[in-house]
Design a protein around this ligand. Structure first.
Ligand code: APR
Length: 168
């Protein structure tokens, strides 16, 4: 049985999965967008846990507990800022997905939810990021079907449509 990929138009802080992925910045000390929503929903202990981590380089991910969130873990992935495509942005974004999936597996997760990493403040074109995200997740699930469920959470209709078209 290969793992299932789903798309939900939802606030990721409300998705009932083992791990939710945060689109963080390299300080891991919170911010706006999905980062702000996750920290608000998890409560102040999340920031305390992140402080212990001492930041995270772009393209990498770190895992913490999820505290007041319904999930068990938060995986903080630091996506690239879009600079036109010539600064290895696609490699760095792919690495975020790969590392988040590996951390979820290493921590026994059977389900994980992703936001559209870098597609907000960081300006990564969604029509490039969505196919990349789907390709990385599909490749991982083919190797590790025990990660039974991956949910892409779209926060608006446009993103929902992009994910749906890519997954057809
Ligand atoms: N649930 C799901 N998706 C969300 C939510 C939410 N609650 N809030 C925002 N999004 C979507 C945005 O619409 C966008 O498609 O998540 C995607 C990522 O957008 P950002 O949150 O802006 O993240 P990113 O582009 O990776 O920029 C990261 O923003 O918040 C700061 O601290 C963060 O500096 C970092 C930067």
């Amino acid at each position: 049985m290969t793992g299932k990929i789903e798309v939900l138009q939802a606030d990721i802080t409300r998705v009932a999965v083992d791990a939710i992925v945060n689109a963080a910045n390299s300080t891991l000390l919170g911010g706006g967008g999905v980062d702000g929503a996750i920290h608000r929903a998890a409560g102040p202990q999340l920031l305390e846990a992140c402080r212990q981590l001492g930041g995270c380089p772009t393209g990498q991910a770190r895992i913490t507990a999820a505290f007041a969130l319904p999930a068990r873990f938060v995986i903080h992935a630091v996506g690239p800022v879009w600079q036109g495509g010539g600064a290895k942005e696609s490699d760095l974004l792919a690495s975020c997905y790969d590392q988040a999936l590996a951390l979820a597996r290493a921590n026994g997760c059977q389900s994980i939810a992703f936001p559209a990493i870098s597609c907000g403040v960081y300006g990564y074109p969604a029509e490039l990021a969505v196919p990349l995200a789907v390709a990385r997740v599909s490749a991982f699930l083919a190797r590790h079907p025990e990660l039974g469920r991956v949910v892409f959470t779209a926060f608006d209709d446009r993103m929902l449509d992009l994910y749906r078209r890519e997954l057809k």
